[in-house]
Ligand binder design. Sequence first.
Ligand code: FAD
Ligand code: DLZ
Ligand code: SF4
Length: 513
Amino acid sequence: MRTLVPILGDQLSLALSSVADADPAATILLMVEVAEEAGYVRHHKAKLAYIFSAMRHHAAALRAAGWTVDYVVLDDPDNSGSFTGEMARAIARHDPERIVVTEAGEWRVAAMLEAWETLFGVPVEIRADTRFLVSHAEFAAWADKRKQLVMEDFYRAMRRRTGLLMDGDKPAGGRWNFDKENRQPAKADMLMPRPEMFAPDAITQEVIALVERMFPDNPGSLAQFDYAVTAQDAARQADRFFREALHDFGRYEDAMVTGERHLWHSILSPYINSGLLDPLDLCRRAEAEYRAGRAPLNSVEGYIRQIIGWREYVRGIYWCEGPAYVERNFLEHHRPLPAFYWTGDTDMHCLREVIGQTLATAHAHHIQRLMVAGNFALLIGADPAQVHIWYLEIYLDAYEWVELPNTLGMSQYGDGGLLGSKPYVSSGAYINRMSDYCGQCRYDVTKRVGEDACPFNALYWDFLARHRQRIGDNRRLAMAYRNWDRFAPEDQAALRQQAARFLTELDGAPASY
Ligand code: FAD
Ligand code: DLZ
Ligand code: SF4
């Protein structure tokens, strides 16, 4: 049967459910670069270049494997600019008897696919995305039975289901979670693993020129673009991670060092999310390193937990909560995100580092995203929907299904604790403990008030004080509130005035780029 199979930009896997059992002789694969996807937010330039280059390389790989690929480039003068418009043109070109597509990764695009059958009068089969361990229905069934959706419970179920790090029905090493061993700071003079860097080939250079021409005002820079854009190169990056970094991944998972964006992290999320690497395969490789005695359990367990635990869990929450999740604003935060999120131009060294690195490379690791950029946004009371758009725009690995629950839920507490058991806020002390940032800052991390006091300190106490009614009975904040209550009333007043002065100054600065 003549079949048209659209492949979306984050579905770049040869084993995709819509392609795996298709007949190459009777199937046209359709890939389209469209203005609608490129423009629904102002994506970082590197994110656009990555997606278009990876799509073009994937089309070449599919052709080499014997598939017929119909590929529409962004600057094709006949390009209609939308998935639906390009489907209409492709149907006219190929007259398919049916359309088969793997489900989309977000509500917005899922709604488009759902509409096609009626719109085009051609049968449309939407298949589950088998790159994930858990289907939407399975996650909903798991969630239905529970009062609280605890990630750790979900993760243990995933360990049992996959058999990863299991010795019979017991967790390897006798414990499910080794996170307590994973909180060491690192130092700038340590010997660190160095990731592969991939010089842009002719296709990537062409795409970089296209992005510079068509999106000159989008945030971010392309000067340092060194990402893999093929499955082969992504696999080389994974090899490097398992060989050189996994061993200490756990120990330094939360560490931050000025000028170091990789540390012992894998930097594989863009490739996993767009289909170049298979997440379960990576977990199996990590386990093999442990079983062979080449990597310790705290690192391997930590790595596997991020993928079969957090990654699957946030996806489950995204689809369970529905399209209205994005509107949740439990703390009623409405402050615009400061302009320096798009420039890195701030005296706060931690934020300058994280935002500067993000603008240069479209990447930051988890603690940089959560405890620096996210922490500050939460402390100042930034509008969670705006914070969400920033993360969606600015990170190479950002697709709504994974970015939104991490940002609005975990980082901004917008869902009131559905995803995180407490707001992830800290004073400067946490940043000082986990990084070398404070030593290079114009502010003094030990001071709470005064012109040179670290802004995170007063903002932290002010956050707790002003939200006491909403979060004061959270058991995980009990110690923090006890400490707040120990301050003398005049010290409390001084802290709140310090925070108010800082916020007034911030409000006087331009609000967006
Ligand atoms: P590693 O530290 O090497 O971790 C291993 C893998 O685990 C990652 O490659 C990733 O696939 C997975 N992983 C780790 N943590 C998470 C998590 N919380 N949720 C989902 N997967 C996880 N991750 C994205 O892939 N896309 C996003 O848009 C995204 N937005 C985020 C926004 C905020 C506010 C926060 C706090 C985190 C966000 N994360 C996101 C999670 C995490 O920061 C990135 O997955 C990680 O930094 C990617 O770098 P890495 O591949 O070196 O990860
Ligand atoms: C993110 C993105 C961008 C910027 N451009 C395209 C594109 O031109 N064509 C395409 O097929 N996909 C693109 N993508 C990825 C899609 O937005 C992604 O597949 C949907 O969000 C569904 O998850
Ligand atoms: Fe950030 Fe405060 Fe440390 Fe400066 S002193 S780097 S503002 S935490």
